[in-house]
Design a protein around this ligand. Structure first.
Ligand SMILES: *Cc1c(COP(=O)(O)O)cnc(C)c1O
Length: 368
């Protein structure tokens, strides 16, 4: 029996230990811990890679969302429409910035459903915040058409989507602001918490730049109320180093997705995510390989008993399922989705033979 963990965290360190120790040593030896050249360099590298006008390194992606929503000037009672299939962070960022998250249903592609967005618009709606889920960018043409018709802003939760594109344009560069997460298990993961904010708007850039460092501008003058959410310099150095190899990481993830597709598409008990080359408008980076499976809970146990780790995203809860946070509604597609969703191992630590083993084990489960 093989052992294929869902995500083998120690490998983030062990696979590149020598290079990482050198980076940490170089940066630490010169005392470069906070807001030094490594952070500035990484911000430049990130904005260059995503063809974004501006990038700001912050403590994590949740902070990034709070900061740009604050910079936009979200007001109390302002409603922002989100997908219910997202991390709690999307909703909590809106609440922390003073607004009200309105979760809506997902569409056939498991991303926010444009029709549900339109139906949720009220006189209090000010914006739409789509989540670029699992490394796939939403159909931004449809969302932008809705937004411009109703004069709403778009901001993106692109925490899972660095490198993903819709019609050749990078996730995170469609709206007023967006976030990227470098949580260890993200496609570009560092050795702890870290995130970034992208924006194309100079005034949001300047305001966000100030908010993340106690309201201070580049000259140290206090311009507004702020907070401390700076991206650690050592993490920035590590991220620049890893960004150099990022294209290969994406290629490998797409290769694994194709292998899953080839081996599992014959099983009618499964509903798979779109394959990497199925739609020329979408370039997916496969942060996750999330599918919907019949007898999901039994499948999960069977895979575990065969040494294969899986994960049910967000603990199996959409935003509208959190009754303790005041939500009480039903969203048919999302409700159905969460009864069957499961994520298979998807990262550069797994080998071709691991993928074969996972697929064989799934086939055995449905055959028996
Ligand atoms: C990981 C994630 C976040 C939060 O990122 P942090 O860096 O941990 O704050 C937000 N939204 C989505 C969709 C995520 O996957």
């Amino acid at each position: 029996m093989k052992n294929v963990p869902f995500f083998d965290y120690p490998q983030l360190w062990t696979r590149e230990k020598k290079a990482l120790i050198d980076l940490i040593d170089n940066t630490s030896s010169k005392g470069g811990f906070i807001m030094q050249t490594e952070l500035e360099d990484f911000e430049t590298n990130l904005s260059t890679y995503t063809k974004s006008s501006y990038a700001i390194g912050v403590g994590n992606a949740t902070d990034a969302m709070e900061i740009y929503l604050q910079a936009i000037g979200l007001q109390e009672q302002d409603e922002v429409i989100i997908s219910s299939h997202t991390m709690l962070a999307t909703a909590s960022a809106i609440v922390q910035a003073g607004g009200k998250p309105i979760p809506v249903d997902i569409g056939f592609d498991n991303l926010i459903d444009p029709d549900s967005v339109e139906n949720a618009i009220t006189s209090k709606t000010v914006g739409i915040m789509p989540t670029q889920l699992n490394g796939r960018t939403c159909d931004m043409d449809k969302l932008k058409a809705i937004a411009s018709k109703r004069d709403l802003f778009i901001v993106e939760d692109s925490a899972q989507a660095l490198g993903s594109k819709f019609k050749g344009k990078f996730a995170g560069t469609f709206g007023l602001g967006s976030c990227i997460s470098f949580f260890p298990a993200k496609v570009l993961g560092c050795l702890g918490d870290a995130g970034a904010l992208l924006t194309q708007d100079e005034s949001i850039y300047e305001k966000s730049f100030q908010i993340r460092d106690h309201g201070r501008d580049k000259n140290g003058e206090v311009m507004c109320w702020g907070r401390n959410s700076r991206l650690d310099n050592i993490q920035a150095a590590i991220l620049s180093y890893k960004l150099q190899d990022y294209e290969n990481v994406i290629t490998r993830r797409r290769e694994i997705a194709s292998m899953y597709e080839t081996q599992l598409s014959g099983l009618e008990e499964l509903s798979l995510p779109p394959s990497p080359d199925s739609d020329p408008n979408h370039f997916d980076v496969f942060q996750n390989y999330e599918l919907v499976a019949e007898k999901r809970d039994d499948l999960k146990l069977y895979l575990a008993s065969n040494g294969i780790g899986t994960l049910i995203q967000w603990g199996g809860m959409g935003i509208h399922h959190f009754k303790n946070l005041g939500f009480n509604q039903s969203l048919p597609n999302t409700d159905k989705f969460f009864q069957g969703c499961i994520m298979l191992p998807m990262n550069i630590f797994i080998s071709d033979s691991d993928v074969d083993y996972i697929c064989e084990t799934i086939k055995n489960f449905y055959r028996s």
